[in-house]
Design a protein around this ligand. Structure first.
Ligand code: SD4
Length: 330
């Protein structure tokens, strides 16, 4: 582990809430340029949802050791996957309503290659299986028993991913079996991680155990290219966390990259993605939810924004590894 003195916790309260807003004109159309006060230029850079400082540190270490952006994103994503105390990802992730931990993950690299797995059981590192799907199959996504079979063929080993803690939490939930397909905003840590090397090559990864106590077979946004993650090496990258149904219906990460292609700043693009989520939620009558986005452009400038307060993220850039609080709309 690298120098922990590099770690300092720096919170910008409602950073983008205080963001500077502005527009540039393009063919008589105003292009939103709100900026995130914490956003600076600089490569290499790694950014990850939630306070995943060890993940950003691990990813940056990979980059400085000469690893690719994809190696970095994968290495970072594996940190919460292996952490039994992270109840939204990998080992220790809260199970579905039947007590099964089912995992979704994807990766995307600088060339536009992608791989994903979903509804994968008993494999601790779905992000690495997603990478194998990308590298060793002609497919983009493999799910369920097919994904497990594929993982085993690639040398992964089956493990019970339910910890004592997550089993107890599930048994507690069983007493009432209250099915609430809305994210518990106090308890979600899905990691979306974006890494860019010093030469501007971008990659990303996203991995989750999804909504706790979800219906068996439910898939969220996280393994879906364009929803939980999108990378376009010409423009930038984006990733998401939060209520996957809404993120998927608005294709948030793809939307953000396309808005940046049109000239939106990374911050303005995240804010617009959140606006779309809110409109969709209103139309669907969904309340009490969270969704948050991160965006990175080719200069290393970033954006971060969420629906409600409480979304933070880790940023490793210019030799500092810090946690920042994202701005929010509601
Ligand atoms: C999902 N987006 O499966 C994920 C949940 C999440 O932290 O972000 N949890 O809908």
């Amino acid at each position: 582990m690298s120098n922990r003195r590099d770690f300092f916790r720096y919170t910008l309260v409602a950073a983008a809430g205080a963001a500077l807003t502005g527009c540039v004109q393009n063919n008589d159309k105003a292009i939103p340029q709100s900026s995130n006060p914490a956003s600076v230029k600089g490569r290499p850079v790694v950014i990850a949802t939630w306070n995943n400082l060890i993940a950003t540190e691990t990813a940056m270490k990979k980059l400085t050791e000469g690893g690719s952006a994809l190696d970095a994103a994968e290495a970072g994503a594996r940190i919460p996957e292996a952490d039994p105390n992270d109840v939204s990802v990998g080992y220790g992730g809260l199970p579905d309503r039947d007590g099964n931990v089912t995992l979704d993950a994807c990766v995307m690299d600088d060339k536009g290659n992608s791989g994903a797995v979903c509804f994968l059981k008993n494999i601790k590192h779905p992000v690495s299986v997603a990478r194998k799907v990308m590298e060793n199959t002609p497919h983009n996504m493999i799910c369920g028993s097919g994904a497990l079979e594929f993982a085993l063929s690639q040398g992964f080993i089956e493990e019970d991913l339910l910890t004592e803690g997550s089993r107890k939490a599930w048994q507690e939930w069983l007493k009432e079996k209250k099915y609430q397909p809305v994210i518990n905003i106090e308890r979600h840590d899905t990691i979306g991680i974006l890494a860019m090397d010093k030469d501007g090559r971008l990659s990303g990864a996203c991995t989750t155990s999804g909504l706790s106590y979800k219906m068996s077979g439910r898939i969220g946004d996280s393994p879906i290219i364009g929803a939980g993650l999108f990378v376009d090496n010409e423009i930038g990258a984006a990733c998401a966390t939060g209520l996957g149904e809404l993120v998927t219906q608005t294709l948030g990460s793809f939307l953000i990259v396309e808005l940046m292609r049109m000239g939106y700043s990374p911050q303005a693009a995240c804010e617009e993605a959140v606006n779309r989520i809110i409109r969709r939620a209103e139309a669907a009558g969904v309340t009490d939810y969270q969704a948050g986005f991160l965006a990175l452009d080719k200069n290393g400038e970033h954006g971060a924004f969420s629906v409600v307060q409480g979304f933070n993220y880790a940023l490793y850039q210019n030799n500092k590894n810090i946690v920042l609080e994202a701005g929010h709309k509601l």
